[in-house]
Design a protein around this ligand. Structure first.
Ligand code: F6R
Length: 342
């Protein structure tokens, strides 16, 4: 897991070096007059799908949502997917309900795209277009480099869709550089892990593009540390679950530059007023002096790409919290690399 976390800068640089497949797929999809986008994925790939929803909606102005796989695979619903783009996301390409959803969607009139690390897979064969991550084999059960590669692929696709050359350029250079810098935060994260070693719960919160980051960090912590980590959008947290927060409640708060930042700072203040134990991950220079630790991401990338970098401290936290608890992050109990769900 540690090695694959460190590989992410190279994986994204490799992906960004040649955006051709993403541009072609985006052009082909646009030519179909797409009106709605549906994303399908499970686990980490579902978290990447959430990021995709934000890109499609914010950048391309298209309504977007997550698939309901059981509607197709168990309820056999006839879903009218004309004028829809369906994007299936799966590292292995072998998650059965994702592949089946995409195969059905293609028959139901959707234009279908697969994003996968295994082009020759059930998902790859099901879709009209397959975008291959080229991340190299991922050995750790807990996905890391394929998650950032999925984010990179989605950003390249939607960056090409709207013709935003600055996003494509940043994926080639600024993001790999920021990933390489983020990996060097390991010592600081080890300190955070020591602080949280005996925690049995954790709230992870972010907003906007980084809601996906909160989902993914919470999943990694659950899988590798067996800590009940709950992800919340900052808005949802304030609508009820914040009642859980009592003194010393551990919180990981993502405060990234952009339109969500001032709300995250307000939430931070509210949580500190409740004497929660707040760890902040930020790429801003806001002074979070009441936080127990502030993890500063040294380099700022365009906000839509910030989830590729902001997830790294969370991946390192899952790794080091697992080790601090005497666990083996490479052997999470009762998990396999491919889970067969229908
Ligand atoms: C998380 C993890 C799982 C997978 C999920 C989907 O670290 O490994 O949650 O993300 O089983 O797998 P793929 O992406 O192969 O469809």
């Amino acid at each position: 897991m540690r090695r694959e976390i460190a590989e992410q800068a190279d994986v994204i640089a490799g992906l960004g070096a040649d955006p051709t497949q993403f541009r072609e797929a985006a052009e082909e999809a646009k030519a179909r007059g797409i009106r709605f986008v549906v994303f399908a994925g499970r686990g980490t790939s579902d978290n990447a799908a959430v990021y995709g929803e934000y890109l499609a909606t914010i950048l391309a102005g298209l309504p977007a949502g997550l698939a309901v796989p059981s509607a197709a695979t168990l309820y056999r619903a006839q879903i009218d997917l004309r004028d829809c783009l369906v994007i299936g996301v799966s590292q292995s390409g072998e998650t059965p309900d994702v592949a089946e959803y995409v195969a059905n969607a293609r028959q139901a009139g959707a234009f279908t795209v697969a994003i996968t690390n295994a082009g020759d897979s059930a998902l790859g064969r099901a879709a009209d277009r397959t975008l291959v991550l080229g991340a190299g084999q991922e050995r750790a059960v807990a996905a890391t480099k394929t998650y950032t590669a999925q984010l990179g692929a989605l950003a390249l696709f939607w960056g090409a869709w709207v013709g935003d050359q600055s996003l494509l350029d940043a994926l080639r250079e600024a993001v790999p550089a920021a990933l390489a810098t983020a990996v060097r935060l390991e010592e600081r994260i080890r300190r955070v892990a020591a602080l949280l070693r005996d925690a049995d719960r954790l709230i992870v919160t972010g907003r906007g593009y980084n809601f996906a980051t909160a989902l993914e960090i919470a999943l990694k912590v659950k899988e590798t540390c067996y800590v009940a980590a709950m992800p919340y959008s900052a808005a949802d947290l304030r609508h009820g679950p914040i009642a859980l927060v009592e003194p010393r409640y551990p919180i990981l708060l993502l405060a990234m530059a952009g339109p969500t930042c001032s709300g995250m700072v307000e939430l931070y203040e509210e949580l500190c007023a409740r004497s929660a134990q707040v760890v902040v991950v930020t790429d801003t220079d806001v002074d979070f002096r009441a936080a127990v630790e502030t993890v500063r991401l040294g380099r700022v990338v365009p906000e839509p790409l910030s989830p590729l970098v902001a997830v790294v401290p969370g991946q390192l936290l899952a790794l080091h919290l697992s080790l601090a608890r005497g666990l083996d992050p490479d052997r999470p109990r009762s998990l396999r690399k491919i889970t067969l769900t229908r």
